[in-house]
Write a protein that binds this ligand. Structure first.
Ligand code: HBI
Ligand code: FE
Length: 438
């Protein structure tokens, strides 16, 4: 049985205000996209006013983000701002498809370099009907990258000074961008160096797993070894892993070019699809990577996605994200962070790790299970509000009673979200069905 439906019935708080986090113009945009699928990919002219909080230097990154969303910049104009604390206002004219535009705006709103983004458009109608993927093939449009941690842009990235590494990353990223739903998973012939990097991490994981990983992880890990998918001397290909997951829980993979926006990343989970990077961290820093790489995804995430209970929990986080407001996406990301990435769970009297960020990184795993940090019981309503950072070890970890218990608590919390509709995944059609509840 591979079906997920949130079985909550009524929702108490339904004042029909604009809780979607969109301005009126964006609502219009979302509406035209929703109503006419053929406009979804058609190019439109848009103008954005960006309010830069930092100097004009941050504009480069922002323009790069626009290009990552496949926007063609036709005009840029800047002026010093009169408002205190804001340094510049920048008018950017862009040609891009409507759907990417909406996602771009959402992405820009998450940027700490910006104090705000305004879309200049004409008339306005108030209706909320945000675009989100309805079918697994719509994930072809959910591959927007965050510009954080790219080796080309980030001077502290271990690969920043290595031209050859950056070129390799580019090749692998292009392959991911070219991927379309239904294609076979691209095969990457990994180099000796890349396999060596994998091998080092794999061997540390082998040491730690028996003592510190939860039983579900250990079980699947063993199976992956028996099927010769997990071997110390070579990086497994996405296709083998995807086939393995499919046999076990119906999860499949898609190649991702890098760190995706939370919205895009979470939405794929709704379809039991995990967007996995395919490049390998730099050999000079085998035990730490500032961004997800395939070693993290494969060693950290894959085993548990083959566990039925965990797979269900993951999918439900994804389903909750569809059509959620930006604030809710932030909360869901936080829950994702403290469970799927850094979660701990009880096993009898002991505490074990199940988070992928712990199981693929030996230093933090030992830290998380030491007395140098705090353990709190997992509770979605408080966990969702916990601040976190990805630069240092976490000071706080959340402990789940079990995956089933985490899922039950999560379901109850999702029922308090503001979304005016329910979603249900139909595994036969790979389609998300939307049930209006108002
Ligand atoms: N993108 N490729 C990729 N892999 C991840 O693990 C990932 C991501 N984007 C966001 C993300 N994880 C999470 O940290 C949450 O924000 C959902
Ligand atoms: Fe991860």
């Amino acid at each position: 049985k591979a079906e997920a439906s949130s079985d909550s019935d009524e929702k108490p708080d339904d004042d029909d205000d604009d809780d979607s986090g969109l301005t009126e113009e964006e609502v219009v945009l979302a509406k035209t996209i929703a109503e006419s699928p053929e406009t979804e990919h058609s190019v439109q002219k848009a103008a954005l006013v960006l309010r830069l909080r930092e100097g004009i230097g941050s504009l480069g990154r922002i323009l790069k983000t626009i290009e990552n969303f496949k926007g063609i910049i036709t005009h840029v104009e800047s002026r010093p701002s009169k408002k205190e604390g804001l340094q510049f206002e920048v008018l950017v004219k862009i040609d891009m498809n409507r759907q990417s535009l909406l996602q771009l705006i959402r992405n820009l709103r998450q940027s700490s370099a910006l104090d705000g983004v305004t879309l200049l458009a004409d008339n306005s109608v108030s209706i909320k009907d945000p675009w989100f993927p309805r079918h697994a093939s719509d994930l072809d449009n959910c591959n927007h990258l965050m510009t954080k941690y790219e080796p080309d842009l980030d001077m502290s990235h271990p690969g920043f000074a290595d031209k050859e590494y950056r070129a390799r990353r580019k090749v692998i990223a292009e392959i991911a961008f070219a991927y379309k739903y239904g294609d076979p998973m691209p095969n990457i012939p990994y180099t000796e160096t890349e396999n060596e990097t994998w091998s080092r991490v794999f061997n540390t994981v082998l040491d730690l797993v028996p003592k510190h990983a939860c039983i579900e992880y250990q079980r699947v890990f063993k199976k992956l070894q028996e099927e010769r998918i997990f071997e110390s001397h070579r990086i497994p290909q996405l296709q083998e892993i995807s086939d393995f997951l499919k046999r076990n829980t119906g999860f499949t993979l898609r190649p991702a070019a890098g760190l995706l926006t939370a919205r895009d990343f979470l939405s794929s989970l709704a379809f039991r699809v995990f967007q996995s990077t395919q490049y390998v961290r730099h050999i000079n820093s085998p035990y730490h990577t500032p961004e997800p790489d395939c070693i993290h995804e494969l060693l950290g995430h894959m085993p548990l996605l083959a566990d039925p209970s965990f797979a269900q929990f993951s999918q439900e986080i994804g389903l909750a994200s569809l059509g959620a407001s930006d604030e809710e996406i932030e909360k869901l990301s936080t829950i994702y962070w403290f469970t799927i990435e850094f979660g701990l769970c009880k096993e009898g009297p002991e505490v074990k790790a199940y988070g992928a960020g712990l199981l693929s990184a030996y230093g933090e795993l030992l830290h998380a299970l030491s007395d140098k940090c705090e353990h709190r019981p997992f509770d979605p309503s408080t966990t969702a509000l916990q601040k976190y950072q990805d630069q240092e070890y976490q000071p706080i970890y959340y402990v789940a009673e079990s995956f089933e218990d985490a899922k039950e608590k999560f379901r109850r919390w999702v029922a308090t979200m503001s979304r005016p509709f329910e979603v249900r995944y139909n595994p036969h059609t790979q389609r998300v069905e939307v049930l209006d509840s108002v």
